[in-house]
Design a protein around this ligand. Structure first.
Ligand SMILES: Cc1cc2nc3c(=O)[nH]c(=O)nc-3n(C[C@H](O)[C@H](O)[C@H](O)COP(=O)(O)O)c2cc1C
Ligand SMILES: [Mn+2]
Length: 447
């Protein structure tokens, strides 16, 4: 039984649960949020989340690493790790046919305190990398309303602190938030938003469900209601006509200005490279509210983001491939592929050759993929050494390598040429039917 569906579930519930289970790293000496905090946090990447209790020049603790370990996330949700992406996909499908709308209330944990004067400088917003352009909100959920229909949108957008009540943010094209902004701007209007820091994992994951699965006409926050098993609670804001998430730690209210651009970046991204500085969108802050005892939530742009992208994408890709090749059982986007450049496909082969069709179907289903490896059901798709073992003993470079030249790929990848790139499929499955010398030796199972 997980804790997600318990009464009052929030980020604090997660922290308490992890503490109880001995799965939270506490750092109690003072750390500098500028460079030092991230440098210490990364030592635990992939293991337990880290709570920094004393942060220089701030009275608030900082939590990092909530999303970098899938075993811990699976425990929080109370299901096996392999089921996690499927849970998200199934919840999204259910939401699309029968959404549970969030409810709106006037007061809740995240507006207990209004900060006066409003000053982003009192928040322990970390600057992770030496070349980053400033302190960044990296895990916060931005909520806005469609300027025409009023439908709410939720997304995670990086926001760089550029003044005591000013931020610059990135809004990629093709995303709903950008579309809202462009329509508001065409009328000379600002787009009102709330920036919600320290939401619970259901809200975070709902916000990163890609636009391909969450249509413009629907409020993604309903996906969080689906995961919670009850309507998510939102809070009426003080200065903008769009809600915040009631169980957040901090809510920053503000407006994305219609015709102002200011420098944002550089910022180290999910690919492990710096995005260059550029003229980007500006948020003018109108209010900051928080809990009585808030903690600031951040993430590192590594395994935490690889998991976020993987968890909301793997099950979709799996279902698309399964519709062509039913022998496919599971799909994992390994961290060596930044969570979206590589996939490991697991099959229970019933016909020879189907694994190669599955590889081609994967490239068609998800154009960001550059390397797809097919393995059998006796290989642990989460263990890169085990996948390497399959490549070393079941893959013939002459017969089992598929190269596709110049297909659609991902713009952020430095190897992409204007969105075009080549792809490699690796068939690391044993022949079917399985000859005796391909039978894997395994130890006797011990409980
Ligand atoms: C940690 C993290 C940071 C992100 N930062 C940005 C960003 O700065 N700008 C952006 O456009 N998308 C960013 N994304 C991706 C969007 O949050 C994601 O595509 C979302 O589904 C977009 O939702 P929308 O189409 O409803 O706006 C980020 C995702 C994650 C997980
Ligand atoms: Mn959306």
């Amino acid at each position: 039984m997980g804790i997600v569906q318990t009464e009052g579930f929030d980020l604090n519930t997660c922290v308490e649960y992890l503490k109880e289970k001995g799965r939270l790293q506490l750092v109690e000496e003072e750390v500098d949020p500028r460079h030092q905090l991230a440098a210490l946090a990364v030592k635990f990447e992939g293991r337990e989340p880290v709570l920094f209790t004393r942060v220089k020049n701030s009275s608030y603790p900082v939590l990092a690493g909530l999303y970098w370990n899938r075993d811990i996330l699976a425990e929080i949700f109370g299901i096996p790790k392999l089921k996690l992406p499927h849970l998200i996909r199934e919840t999204v499908l259910k939401w699309r046919s029968s959404p549970v709308e969030p409810t709106v209330v006037d007061s809740g944990p995240a507006n207990q305190v209004e900060m006066r004067p409003r000053d982003l400088g009192v928040l322990p917003v970390p600057t992770h990398f030496p070349e980053d352009g400033g302190p960044y909100f990296l895990s916060s959920v931005v909520i806005a309303r469609d300027p025409d229909t009023g439908v709410r949108n939720a997304s995670v957008n990086r926001c760089m602190v550029s003044g005591s009540s000013r931020l610059t943010m990135l809004m990629d094209s093709g995303r709903h938030l950008r579309d809202y902004y462009e329509r508001a701007r065409s009328r000379g209007e600002a787009l009102e938003i709330t920036i919600n820091n320290g939401v619970d994992p259901t809200v975070y994951l709902a916000s990163v469900v890609p636009p391909s699965s969450a249509p413009l006409s629907m409020d993604e926050l309903g996906i969080a209601s689906g995961l919670l098993g009850r309507p998510l609670q939102l809070l009426r804001s003080k200065t903008v006509n769009v809600e915040g998430v009631a169980n957040s730690q901090f809510i920053v209210e503000g407006r994305i200005l219609p015709d102002t651009m200011e420098p944002e970046g550089p910022c180290a991204e999910v690919t492990g490279y710096y995005a260059a500085s550029g003229e980007r969108w500006v948020v003018e802050v109108s209010a900051i509210t928080c809990r009585e005892d808030p903690l600031f939530h951040t993430l590192l742009p590594g395994k935490e983001v690889f998991n976020s992208v993987g968890l909301t994408g793997e099950a979709n890709v799996c279902a698309l491939i399964q519709s062509q090749v039913p022998e496919v059982k599971n799909v994992y986007f390994p961290h060596g592929g930044c969570g979206f450049y590589q996939a490991v496909i697991q099959l229970e082969k019933r016909t020879e050759g189907s694994q190669k069709n599955a590889i081609m179907a994967a490239f068609a289903a998800f154009p960001s993929l550059r390397v797809v490896t097919a393995v059998d059901e006796d290989v642990d798709i989460y263990d890169p050494e085990d996948v390497d073992w399959a490549v070393s003993t079941r893959f013939d470079p002459d017969r089992d390598l598929i190269i596709v030249r110049d297909a659609r790929s991902h713009e952020l990848n430095p190897m992409s040429r204007d969105g075009i790139g080549s792809k490699m499929g690796i068939d690391a499955t044993a022949p079917f039917p399985r000859p005796q010398h391909f039978k894997r030796a395994s130890y006797l199972r011990q409980e």
